[in-house]
Write a protein that binds this ligand. Structure first.
Ligand SMILES: NC(=O)c1ccc[n+]([C@@H]2O[C@H](COP(=O)([O-])OP(=O)(O)OC[C@H]3O[C@@H](n4cnc5c(N)ncnc54)[C@H](OP(=O)(O)O)[C@@H]3O)[C@@H](O)[C@H]2O)c1
Length: 352
């Protein structure tokens, strides 16, 4: 029996290797042709289309709203902070959105998610793009957590808070061969220490959208976003900490981001909307994160070594009681040129 299983395994490995050797070069050329010549011709014009954006009160969602506005889209903006949403709506209208609906809601609640979709369709009569973007960060060691049940919130907002609006929006999106833009993260592909729940929620999101992409076929376009660090309230240090409370910690942010650049969110938004309108399946930005993902697939032990060495302080060693990421940041002074000035401000949009 063992011999049969062993033989079957060898045959399978050889078959897959031969298939990949033949398929990969062809698919690479085909993808290049599609990206360069076919997709630009099919670029969707957003003027007069309707977009629903969750997490639009700050950060990436806010900049996505402005980008859609510049293209003349109607939009519904969702988040919990009402005043912040109204401010974003006003700017979006100045930038060219013909009409903007403000829908304060908590998207981790299924009824509120249903309500935002129904209100959008009742107001505009259709829905073309759903941007499932709302999210929260968590940053601490798993073992240091003192209130474990508080962390269900990460999954509730990042995963279920994307699933619920997607579920209720699908029938409307299908009528127009619509588009779902799902803000996951490169963290869902490449895990680093301290972000256990955040990484898990983003990995779940990626798998969920990849699965329904195959179920829905060409009825719906799904664009999965895998951004690296960009300017937002999250990269100012807004995380759920070990006590389970949402707080602001620049120190935790410095350890987590370390000497990696924090990129421009407006630029990300332009790339995202361009890519979604061209029907791209994934947006990994900055593009060098793709290499990290490749390392994760081919040599996960390298990512594990990197995570242990750079993010974890060595207890009892006075020379390394601060994680290497933060030490590099301090010694090189890299924060000055790698972190944009917007990140240095501790100003957050408050609730009304
Ligand atoms: N910044 C980065 O470097 C980065 C990188 C990769 C991926 N991402 C992802 O990008 C997305 C946006 O985050 P961001 O970086 O722009 O951070 P952010 O500025 O903190 O924005 C998060 C948004 O989500 C909303 N939100 C949070 N909980 C919500 C809830 N229960 N119901 C409705 N809205 C809720 C927030 O609005 P209210 O507080 O007003 O509800 C806010 O508008 C997240 O999914 C995040 O994981 C960020």
């Amino acid at each position: 029996m063992d011999l049969v299983n062993g033989l079957a395994s060898v045959v399978l490995h050889i078959t897959i290797a031969v298939f990949l050797a033949a398929y990969l070069p062809i698919s690479l050329v085909w993808r290049m042709i599609r990206r360069r010549f076919v997709k630009p011709l099919r670029k969707e014009d957003m003027a007069g289309k309707v977009v629903l954006i969750t997490g639009a009160s700050s950060g990436i969602g806010e900049q996505l709203a402005y980008e859609y506005a510049r293209r003349g889209a109607y939009m519904a903006l969702v988040a919990r902070r009402k005043q912040a949403l109204h401010d974003v709506a006003l700017t979006a209208q100045d930038l060219g959105a013909p009409d903007v609906l403000v829908l304060p809601a908590d998207i981790s609640n299924p009824d509120e998610s249903k309500w935002v979709v129904e209100e959008t369709v009742a107001h505009f009569g259709q829905l073309n793009h759903l941007v499932a973007n709302a999210g929260i960060g968590s940053c601490c060691f798993f073992e240091d957590i003192t209130n474990i049940t508080a962390f269900t919130k990460v999954m509730d907002v990042n995963f279920w808070g994307a699933v619920y609006p997607t579920y209720y929006a699908l029938p409307h999106l299908k009528k127009n061969r619509g588009n779902i833009i799902a803000t996951a993260s490169i963290a869902g592909r490449v895990p680093t220490a301290r972000l256990s729940f955040y990484n898990a929620s983003k990995a779940a999101m990626i798998r969920f959208y990849e699965t329904i992409r195959s179920e829905l076929g060409s009825e719906i376009q799904i664009t999965i976003l895998l951004p690296g660090y960009v300017v937002s309230e999250m990269t100012k240090g807004k995380f759920i900490s070990d006590s389970g409370e949402v707080g602001i910690s620049e120190e935790a942010r410095d350890i987590q981001v370390g000497p990696l650049p924090i990129e421009n969110t407006k630029r990300l938004a332009t790339i995202v909307v361009d890519s979604a309108c061209r029907g791209q399946d994934y947006v990994t930005w900055p593009s060098w994160y793709r290499t990290l993902h490749m390392v994760m697939c081919l040599a996960p032990e390298v990512i594990n070594w990197f995570s242990c060495s750079f993010y974890i302080a060595k207890a009892g060693n006075p020379l390394s009681n601060i994680p290497l990421t933060k030490r590099i940041l301090e010694v090189t002074g890299a924060k000055k040129f790698l972190y944009p000035s917007a990140i240095h401000s501790a100003a957050f949009k408050k609730d009304e």
